[in-house]
Design a protein around this ligand. Structure first.
Ligand code: ADP
Ligand code: MG
Length: 202
């Protein structure tokens, strides 16, 4: 197996942006959010189990997960959130492992896992942890800038995620993403050089 880096951090800290930058350098990228989205699209592997567990009200007419409805449910119902995760997490992990096997020709692979703090299986899968971090005010302004979410909604999500200190405790490397995109690209370029020279087990 080639070298695998787990990329994590809070909402809006810049995980997807950092992953895109690594991809331009030629790294393999696995995005667990994208896998999750795919599993819950029309015809996705998680749809039948979601219908069995939550009822057909949570499936749209064209056979996809009704994301808005599910988001509302899991936000206020911890047991429902857990049931959804019990369906999705094993399927996402299986897909991530399959993609990792297919990316063995890459110099290294970056696996984006937003909740790495709560995911022992991914911590076993990766040899190295990279945390992208920024101030909470920056997080809020970037997320409200990229979506229709309001500042209180973003704050509520941040409050549900692990505290920054918990992410930072896991980190082998930290990208501090408070400055502009040029600065971010410079930090990624430096890490790319290092990761290209690392090998699994070293
Ligand atoms: N250094 C930066 N300067 C300006 N905008 C940024 C920077 N880093 C990220 N962004 C923007 O902030 C938003 C959140 O970044 P994103 O990579 O989507 O975060 P995450 O994937 O961690 O939720 C995006 O719209 C992205 O384009
Ligand atoms: Mg993202």
């Amino acid at each position: 197996m080639s070298f695998a880096v787990g990329l994590t951090g809070g909402i809006g800290c810049g995980k997807s942006t950092v992953a895109d930058l690594f991809e331009k350098h030629g790294a393999g990228i696995i995005d667990t959010d994208a896998i999750s989205h795919h599993l819950t699209q029309r015809g996705g592997d998680a749809i039948a189990a979601i219908r069995d567990t939550f009822g057909k009200d949570y499936i749209t007419d064209d056979g996809a997960l009704d994301r808005a409805k599910m988001r509302t449910l899991v936000f206020s119902d911890a047991a429902a959130k857990q049931r959804l995760e019990q369906i999705l997490h094993p399927l996402i992990l299986e897909q991530a492992k399959a993609q990792l096997r297919q990316l063995q020709n890459k110099p290294y692979t970056v696996i984006v896992v937003p909740l790495l703090t709560d995911s022992p299986a991914y911590r076993k899968l990766v040899q190295h942890v990279l945390v992208v971090d920024c101030d909470e005010t920056t997080q809020i302004s970037r997320v409200t800038g990229r979506s229709r979410m309001t500042a209180p909604e973003v704050r509520a999500i941040i409050a549900q995620q692990a505290p920054r200190a918990e992410y930072l405790q896991l980190a082998d490397d930290v990208i501090l993403n408070n400055a502009g995109l040029d600065n971010l690209a410079e930090q990624v370029a430096i890490l790319h050089k290092r990761y290209s020279n690392m090998q699994c087990g070293h």
